[in-house]
Ligand binder design. Structure first.
Ligand SMILES: Cc1ncc(COP(=O)(O)O)c(C=O)c1O
Length: 419
């Protein structure tokens, strides 16, 4: 029997109305009927509200908010962020192309990544990106050589490896000495000085990114202290630091405590000066909560050990649980009254790690529609075709309905590029 139950929002913009789940006022079952499952659905409205929240928390510092596009490079979302005046952080030539297509202004593009190729560096120079975040001395050489060749003076910011533990999952921590990212402090200072002397480079900034899903302002405070010391050293030598990028990694309260963004902003306040721009690079914080992966139950398989609810979405669509043990809440699109059973939600992929974990379901049955929440970040952008499964479709909410943002791939497209 289907009967409406308590109707309070689950997360911002997500609520049951007469027992049916809606995202920003658009009923989720309509999206599934229109475009099939598995399907990613997004609310650009919620994403823009998140952007406003970041801007409000950092208001007195007026930072350039550069969206870390790796979290979700859907044009439908990126276009909205670009139109709202956001900048963007890219980590490949591909992301740079998407960013420009989405309408981000080149002077608001930051190019990071430990392995930029010569081709990508040239692409960044031709596009006149604001800054290359330099991750190694070898890369500094490569940027200098390409800048000399192309005649475009490259703006560089040195990414520091601060050796600060952000107390997050080991796969998403980036600021420890053993991580591949950034340069140790002495090398960072040397790289900045070298860039300042080069006729082909403009030494403009310092950058730190500590990791992802950071729940406390404490690591940001440590990093800000380190940055302040380095800046005063460089400036005392006559090298002004015009951009200070304190990174992203703002954690979401996936069940735990929420990161106090205003407290993070307070840690960055001493870094702000006249003539210096502060940069923040949130990815997950802007898009995670605005996205849902819609999926239907294929089978309910009861064994002696447990009840498996086999979904039509798997680790190829959303790899975070398998990759980092991430937990995503699952809720039914139609609320059902009755005693919940403990089940394990699994995907169709031939891997034991293809599981969304345990949860509760009332009378689960094939065909039921379920919503995997907090799936807007590192969901579609990490999706693969593993097990010969086409990439899922994407749709956006608006005006109470849905618009297709990306078509579902076909089987023919699985082999289209093969010789
Ligand atoms: C350099 C850089 N900036 C920003 C981010 C965004 O992190 P998050 O999505 O956790 O905000 C990342 C994520 O890996 C990153 O590598």
């Amino acid at each position: 029997m289907r009967r409406p139950m308590r109707e309070t929002p689950l997360t911002e913009g997500l609520e049951y109305k007469r027992g049916r789940l809606r995202l920003s006022g658009s009923p989720l079952e309509d999206a599934a009927e229109k475009f099939g499952t598995p399907l990613y659905v997004y609310s650009p409205e919620l994403m823009l509200a998140r952007l406003a929240r970041v801007k409000a928390a950092f208001k007195s510092l007026a930072p350039l908010v550069c969206y870390a596009m790796k979290a979700n490079s859907s044009l439908a979302l990126c276009r909205r962020l670009a139109a709202a005046g956001a900048g963007v952080e890219v980590v490949s030539g591909g992301e740079l192309s998407i960013a420009l297509k989405a309408g981000f202004q080149p002077r608001r593009v930051i190019f990071s990544g430990v392995g930029k190729t010569r081709v990508e560096i040239r692409q960044g120079l031709r596009s006149r990106v604001l800054l290359f975040n330099v991750e190694s001395l070898g890369e500094l050489d490569a940027i200098e050589a390409e800048a000399a060749r192309t005649g475009v003076r490259a703006g560089v910011s040195i990414r520091i490896n601060p050796d600060i533990d952000a107390h997050t999952h080991r796969h998403i921590t980036t600021g420890l000495a053993e991580n591949k990212f950034g340069l140790p402090v002495p090398d960072s200072l040397a790289a900045f000085r070298r860039a300042a002397r080069s006729p082909n480079l403009r030494a403009l900034g310092l950058h730190v990114h500590l990791g992802s899903q950071i729940a406390s302002p404490v690591p940001y405070a440590k990093s800000a202290r380190l940055l302040a010391g380095m800046i005063s050293r460089l400036e005392s030598e006559g090298h002004p630091v015009k951009y200070v990028d304190v990174g992203g990694g703002f954690g979401l309260p996936y069940g735990g405590p929420a990161l106090d963004l205003k407290a993070v902003a307070r840690t960055a306040a001493p870094l702000k000066r006249k003539g210096r721009t502060l940069i923040v690079e949130p990815g997950r914080f802007l898009v995670a909560e605005c996205g849902i992966l819609l999926t239907r139950i294929q089978y309910v398989k009861r064994t002696r050990a447990r009840t498996f609810v086999v979904l039509d979405a798997g680790m190829n669509d959303l790899i975070r649980p398998a990759l980092y043990g991430a937990r995503h809440p699952l809720v039914p699109v139609f609320r059902r009254a009755g005693p919940p059973q403990r089940v394990e939600f699994v995907g169709p992929i031939c891997e034991t790690s293809d599981t969304f974990g345990e949860g509760a379901a009332v009378d689960p049955a094939p065909g039921d529609l379920w919503a995997v929440l907090l799936a807007g970040a590192y969901g579609f952008s990490m999706a693969s075709r593993y097990n010969g499964r086409p990439l899922p479709a994407e749709a956006v909410a608006g005006g109470g309905g849905w618009r297709l943002a990306r078509k579902r791939e076909t089987h023919a497209e699985l082999t289209r590029l093969e010789a």
